[in-house]
Design a protein around this ligand. Structure first.
Ligand SMILES: O=C(O)C(=O)C[C@H](O)[C@H](O)COP(=O)(O)O
Length: 213
């Protein structure tokens, strides 16, 4: 199985797209791409999230499109059938890990404790999502985990913003940083695509300073 880090495109950023319609999802993704983003995560939290994945894949073939909020085997299957090129989850259970692995696409299951990381390692995984990153100990926790889990790389998500992004991305055990700070509800609802592109551009510059694009 390919790792997520080996397929991520563009800067080491994984902005979240939460869209009410496929059309809106394509608008958000287009704004992000114009700001330099190469990979996005569509969260399965809206009725039309699966349609959003399919629509972005077809409208923006250069973008790597994954699915987030994978909580069941059914989610994993539906997301990959819709065209998701990777899967991330907020949590890990043995059943969920088996189901995500069975899809064959790169995955980063959610972990917040050493035991969950150890379980992911037992499944042969070396890349995981650290969620919710800020509330689970943030940068200090990632540093503490680096000593014992030397082979594990993290995608911190939850509480990342333009202010703390550089500190997260600079950590050697962080391969990509995710979150919703580039696509705030307010900008989506006012259709301020230029501002979303501007935020993406600022984050891209920061990310590229610490991780090669
Ligand atoms: O559901 C998933 O798989 C997720 O990816 C969870 C989201 O990434 C976080 O809820 C984003 O957190 P904020 O950036 O603080 O808004």
């Amino acid at each position: 199985m390919m790792t997520l880090s080996s397929v991520v495109r563009g800067p080491a950023l994984l902005p979240i797209i939460q869209a009410d319609t496929p059309t809106q999802a394509v608008q958000i993704a287009t704004a992000l791409q114009q700001g330099g983003i190469g990979s996005v995560e569509v969260v399965l939290r809206t009725q039309q999230a699966l349609g959003a994945i399919t629509a972005i894949r077809s409208a923006l073939p250069e973008l790597l499109v994954g699915a987030g909020t994978i909580l069941s085997a059914a989610d994993a299957k539906a997301a990959t059938a819709a065209g998701a090129q990777f899967l991330v989850s907020p949590a890990s259970t043995p059943h969920l890990l088996e189901a995500m692995l069975a899809t064959g696409v790169p995955i980063a299951p959610g972990v917040a404790t050493p035991s969950e990381i150890a379980m992911a390692c037992e499944f042969g995984l070396t890349e995981v999502k650290f969620f919710p990153a800020h509330l689970s100990g943030g940068i200090a926790m990632l540093k503490a985990l680096s000593g014992v889990f030397q082979q594990v790389r993290f995608c911190p998500t939850g509480g990342i913003n333009q202010q703390n992004l550089a500190d997260f991305i600079a950590l050697p055990n962080v391969f990509v940083a995710g979150g919703s700070w580039l696509t705030p509800d307010k900008l989506v609802h006012t259709q301020d695509w230029a501002q979303i592109s501007a935020l993406a551009e600022q984050a891209t510059v920061l990310a590229n300073q610490y991780k090669a694009a």
